[in-house]
Design a protein around this ligand. Sequence first.
Ligand code: ADP
Ligand code: ZN
Length: 760
Amino acid sequence: MQKGEDKFAQVVIPSPLKEPLTYAIPPLLTGALKIGMRVSVPLGQRKVTGVVVDTLSETSLQQVREIVAILDERPILDHSLLQLIRWVSQYYLAPLGEVLTTILPPSLRTEGQRFLYCRPGEFPIGRGIERKIFEEVKKKGGRTNLKSLARGFPGGGLYRALNRLVAMGAVEIRERPVKGGGKKIAEPPRDREEPSHISDRPSLTPEQQGAFDVIQERIGKGGFETFLLYGVTGSGKTEVYLRAVTAVRKAHKRSLVLLPEISLTPQLLDRVQERFPGKVGVLHSALTASERWAQWWQILAGDVDVVVGARSAVFAPAPDLGLIVVDEEHDTSYKQEDGLRYHARDLAVVRGKLMGCPVILGSATPSIESFENCRQGRYRLIELSQRVEQRALPPVEVVDLRQELRGEGRETRSKGTDVGRGALPFSFFSPRLREALQENLARGYQSLLFLNRRGFANFLQCRLCGFVLRCAHCSVSMTFHLSQRVVYCHHCGSRRPASDCCPECGKLTLSGIGFGTEQIEQELHRMLSGARITRMDRDTTSKRGSQERLIRQWGRGEIDVLVGTQMITKGHDVTGVTLVGAILADLSLNLPDFRAVERTFQLLSQVAGRAGRGNEPGRVIIQTYAPDHYAFPHVISHDYKGFFASEIEFRRALNYPPFSRLVHLRLEGSRPEEVEAKAKRLGEELRIRRQQNAVFQEKIEILGPAPAPITKLRGRYRWQILLKGKSGMSLLEFAGQARAILPRSRSARLYIDVDPYNML
Ligand code: ADP
Ligand code: ZN
């Protein structure tokens, strides 16, 4: 990929420009400049950092400015990553510069912390600026920060001179992590020889062995293939990943392991680190900038064999990738929901294809899309149908809340004089769940309670005039949180003190309606006195590291009852858990989203899968007002395939993915009339273009424009258009026109979401 003689370079800079910019390569830099390196280039009056994505022998452009300096000693993005960036830019209809901004750690986008070192020896340094620089660095003890050096040389020419000094070997430029917080994440290499851990490795079950054999064969032969490892909860998928990573290491290649949220599954990271001590790099959003920075360079340098990370790690610069694993591939946290809206699982498959290496997608509840891909022969299905050591999957009981709670009112309404106190005799626990909880506690086992809603009461309503307290910035009601006595918008985070005085009629009649995890926790304390009860949701885990701390306490058995939102449903493997309760399954079932049922099935099956992982069998109790829903029989019988068979027919009938592709266009702005007018204009223009093109007419459907379900968010009004396409190609081509129709404007911004997951 190195085209040494080329005179021009195409440089992508962090900006919304669609195309790379062309710069001339000064003769001094030819030879040294390689595709994938960062360079400093002039842009207007400024100097900016960009990445060279290609070189050219000629250009038709009249005036081409020169590259000022090369910022790297070797490429920081290899050929396949550059290809991936282009692919992402085309598929997600995003400018290359935006993609680059997303994938590089923030400190790499600028010159960050770069240090200059004098090297020993004699060099033919002239007497001009080079000599001055060299002396300056010497004066500072042979090492200085590039930024402070630049202050001493305000005129031009510094970078050019530096490049000459570097070229003659007199100085060296190195990247150093910024000061402070530079705690090491990868643990230090231990000097014992590595396969000494063999005793820690369980021998594989026949099913695991079968799965591993198939994957190993592909690793041996080389080349791209996607496997869907569909294994019930507790079937030992992780062990299969670890063996595959070992096989890839033996072939001197590197592996990338993606997890939904690292802080929620610290055990998995532990297991990888135990198996490959000192050889694991970690990338996720909870790292500080300098930690992230340090990890990124270690990975780029090839110092680690395994990279474990959350969604953004799909862009990790690991050289010689030989395997990509996506654990819990169905998890929606793989979808990035702001900025560049990509799906890391889908990109993992694309990256594997570009790299020519196998990809393993693992799940007990695969996404409908991935399972359909197996049926279509695009992915290869591998099954683990049994839990290890013949442990049974827990029996699941569905409790009909209409029966159990008849006559007690659908949801709680606390007494008006005090918004939080004095809940009615109503209980969120059916007698069956209550007895099971008491019994489980008495036997000394752990119970997990899941409710997909946090806070104390859902909203505050006036019992006299019916007024509902809403967020001033969003078109949603505000949730009441008892412990801080505030109402709080779960969308924009704005909050204010709670009071029972109705702002509308002035009476003290405002009271809480509905319930969330906080109220469940309070009720549990009343019901199970002496039990160690902990709540885990976004309110209790806002501090860095608190999620991990809670999950570890849970793992050590220091918590009897853990109540929480979907955070608690993820892959933890705790042997003391024998009871799992879902307080109200209907919450996710009733969302206005075509994936609502799929998500509910996944959440319930995953949370159920936390039970009975030790020697004691587990038990699962699901409470619902809709026990006849088609999802439940499949949850009860742990029958993913049965669920898939029903769900896929529903998708087919309504022409939803995977039978169609979607692109979601959303307009946002602060003036409602303007947003509406622009949305309507966009809709009309799109319809005209559809009319003019036979392919578009046949393949594309335009739904809307319509106000978004959340019509106002953070003070911005929102309208949307949904494009549905039979073919991905023509849909992308069509959707790409939206940007041209509506030029960038500050007052009403257009967001394009390809393969959307959240259309609220
Ligand atoms: P999954 O990810 O499929 O839910 P895990 O990988 O968490 O399952 O494995 C469940 C448990 O079984 C873990 O405690 C793991 O250490 C253990 N395990 C996995 N494979 C084996 C095996 N072959 N023999 C014994 N125990 C195993
Ligand atoms: Zn709000």
